[in-house]
Ligand binder design. Structure first.
Ligand code: SF4
Length: 423
């Protein structure tokens, strides 16, 4: 039976903008952004990082444009980049103009830092003439001081008001090619600010928890904020702001979207049980080894590593491929069906071998090529394990005598003394 796809809330409908060739908003795939950490003037180093970011999952990359050498660098970077380039401009409107002249595909302006209306309008006019979109990138930490005073702090209302004021200035010069962000490092504040922005504007929203910090805490904060909004249908493009190699940002963004079913899987999804007292192997070690070996293969499949054969294949039956341990052997399964039984020390090698064949030949062909007798051998292992466990448990033995039947292997609840699923 095919499982019905379950999806999160419908996406909020917005206007559509184009950052280079990447559409944002009005149902376009949610894009992943990251930012280079090199000096933009160092063209080769910046391009190397942009290529690495693109292959890790970034659809758009932002570079700072903070001085003349950065602007000069951008002119070369834009021409050679595999993805659209956005220039980040903070204090000097001349840098925004220089970035536009360099041919960038987008600008990010922070209303808290670039404050003079006349300068903002000059930049918006130039962007309008070149059809280049601007992100109004409001940050709780650098909110305009007047708004801070008026709202008594960096409240969600203050962040949204900052966008409204900037938009009004843009409108004065007939510019509306805009996306919006209202970031904060405080996750509940960020979530509420974006909810209010989604009510107030129909522009696409760029989501992020600013200054989330180093992983793992930063990853958790960013994921909490971004995924809460995406699950409500809010958000059109995302950026993880981590204190880490930006490759981690791009990878995390892409993985989050794949996990939520918002982007097609293009990388390995390794699932593994958390392990428990029933585990027959070092699940953590084997999962890490499998992740390393399979991660290099660029396979867009879901692979499971399960600590015991009694529950593993059943629990992970939705995985494309998996392996479960028992009685010093590994039971290799495809879509929950056992196809091979291998010695325990060959579990990872068997996964790698089968993963490559599965991708090349398809599920039906690999199920047809299953070892004869694999299901039978696996069933014998499971029966023996359950029998052994039963023998060791006086309570279970008494229970089976009272019930007048032997227990049937195959699920957590069916095992003696099992309180349920440890997962
Ligand atoms: S019972 Fe579940 S958590 Fe424990 S080892 Fe087996 S599959 Fe892993």
């Amino acid at each position: 039976m095919t499982r019905k796809a379950v999806s999160i809330a419908p996406r909020r409908m917005t206007r559509r903008i184009l950052v280079g060739n990447v559409p944002i908003g009005r149902g376009a795939p949610i894009s992943v952004q990251s930012m280079t950490t090199t000096k933009t003037g160092d063209v080769d180093a910046t391009l190397a990082q942009i290529y690495a970011l693109a292959s890790a999952g970034a659809d758009i990359v932002r570079c700072t444009c903070n001085d003349a050498s950065a602007a000069d660098g951008l002119a070369q970077i834009v021409r050679r980049s595999p993805v659209p380039i956005v220039a980040d401009v903070h204090f000097h409107y001349e840098m925004a103009l220089a970035a536009l002249e360099a041919g960038v595909h987008g600008l990010r302006l922070n209303p808290g830092n670039l404050r003079k209306p006349q300068e903002i309008k000059v930049v918006a006019s130039e962007a309008r003439d070149r059809s280049v979109p601007i992100r109004i990138g409001v940050n709780a930490g650098s909110l305009h001081p007047e708004l801070y005073k008026r709202f008594g702090g960096a409240t969600p209302e203050a962040l949204v008001e900052s966008c409204r004021i900037e938009l009004a200035m843009f409108e004065e010069v007939g510019f509306d090619n805009v996306k919006i962000s209202v970031k904060a490092s405080d996750v509940p504040l960020m979530i509420e600010a974006y909810r209010q922005a989604a009510e107030a504007f129909d522009h696409p929203l760029h989501l992020g928890v600013t200054e989330a910090g180093p992983p793992p805490g930063g990853l958790i904060k960013a994921t909490a904020g971004i995924s809460a909004l995406l699950a409500e249908g809010i958000g059109d493009t995302i950026r993880y702001s981590l204190t880490a190699d930006p490759i981690e940002e791009a990878r995390a963004g892409r993985q989050l979207l794949e996990a939520l079913g918002l982007r097609e899987r293009r990388s390995l999804d390794l699932i593994a049980c958390p392990s428990c007292g029933r585990a027959e192997i070092d699940v953590v070690g084997v999962a890490r080894e499998a992740q390393e070996a399979l991660g290099k293969m660029n396979l867009a499949i879901q692979v499971a590593v399960m600590g015991c054969v009694v529950n593993g294949p059943g629990e992970a039956r939705e995985a494309d491929l998996g392996i479960a341990a028992g009685r010093k052997r590994g039971h290799l399964f495809i879509k929950g069906k056992i196809v091979r039984v291998v010695p325990e020390d060959q579990m990872v090698a068997a996964l790698v071998d089968e993963a490559a064949k599965l991708v090349a030949e398809g599920v039906d062909a690999r199920l047809a090529a299953a070892d004869e007798g694999a299901e039978r051998e696996a069933a014998a292992d499971r029966d023996a394990l359950v029998r052994d466990a039963g023998r060791e448990s006086p309570v279970a033995l008494r229970a089976s005598v009272v019930l007048g039947r032997s227990r049937v292997p195959g699920s957590h609840a069916e095992q003696a003394g099992s309180p349920g699923q440890p997962e």
